[in-house]
Design a protein around this ligand. Structure first.
Ligand code: HEC
Length: 181
């Protein structure tokens, strides 16, 4: 016959074991679930490319190839996005929130109204000598994700643009490609 004390020690041990198993199971399951971002399909990537070129007008400062050869000489020099070290979520933050004290605009309409971006509000932005310009248009979260996925598929880490990559990028030989080596 086990004593009450022994029983309670056993119960504690067992409930501890259950918790341990649950934690192990959760840590196995959760990263798997996070990895299941639906892979962007070709039509998503085409949508992202259109948003990059038109609504976001990213190419005005970053160039159509994202290499910093801007399409509008009057615009500020954008970063070379082909060489960025940012991952998907870093790209999304940069597009939503812009870059403080730089010419990279924030594309989220509410970027600086509720502290969602770097914990800053409109009034805090006055502290920076370089003011972020207004974006050419604001973008929805989904549009920002489409641009990020387009960039990952076609721009980030792809090396310098050359003729073959250019034809692949546009899906056909274009005038932009003819000038490339
Ligand atoms: C008015 C010019 C301008 C426009 C328009 C613009 N950018 Fe930028 N962008 C910049 C500048 C300048 C920087 C460099 C900021 C800095 O100094 O950190 C930058 C930085 C970035 C970065 C961070 C790169 C890194 O490695 O840190 C990303 C990502 C980016 N831009 C994406 C975009 C996308 C996508 C769009 C369109 C939706 C866009 N930008 C539109 C000027 C612009």
């Amino acid at each position: 016959m086990t004593s009450k004390l022994e029983q309670s020690i056993w119960l504690r041990f067992l409930s501890g074991a259950v918790v341990a198993v649950a934690i192990t199971a959760a840590s196995v399951v959760i990263p798997g679930a996070q990895a299941q971002e639906p892979a962007p399909n070709a039509s998503d990537i085409a949508d992202g490319m259109r948003l990059y070129q038109q609504k976001g007008n990213c190419q005005a400062c970053h160039g159509w190839a994202g290499d910093g050869h801007k399409s509008d000489s009057q615009m500020p020099d954008g970063a070379n996005l082909r060489e960025t070290k940012l991952n998907r979520s870093g790209l999304i933050t940069a597009i939503k929130c812009g870059r403080l004290n730089s010419q990279m605009p924030a594309f989220d309409k509410f970027a600086y109204s509720d502290g969602r971006c770097y914990g800053k509000k409109q009034a805090d932005l006055k502290a920076y000598p370089t003011r972020m310009p207004d974006p050419p248009a604001t973008l929805q979260q989904r549009e920002i994700e489409l641009i990020a996925d387009f960039m990952i598929a076609k721009i980030v880490g792809k090396g310098q643009m050359d003729r073959a990559k250019c034809v692949d990028f546009w899906g056909a030989e274009t005038d932009a490609c003819k000038v490339l080596p």
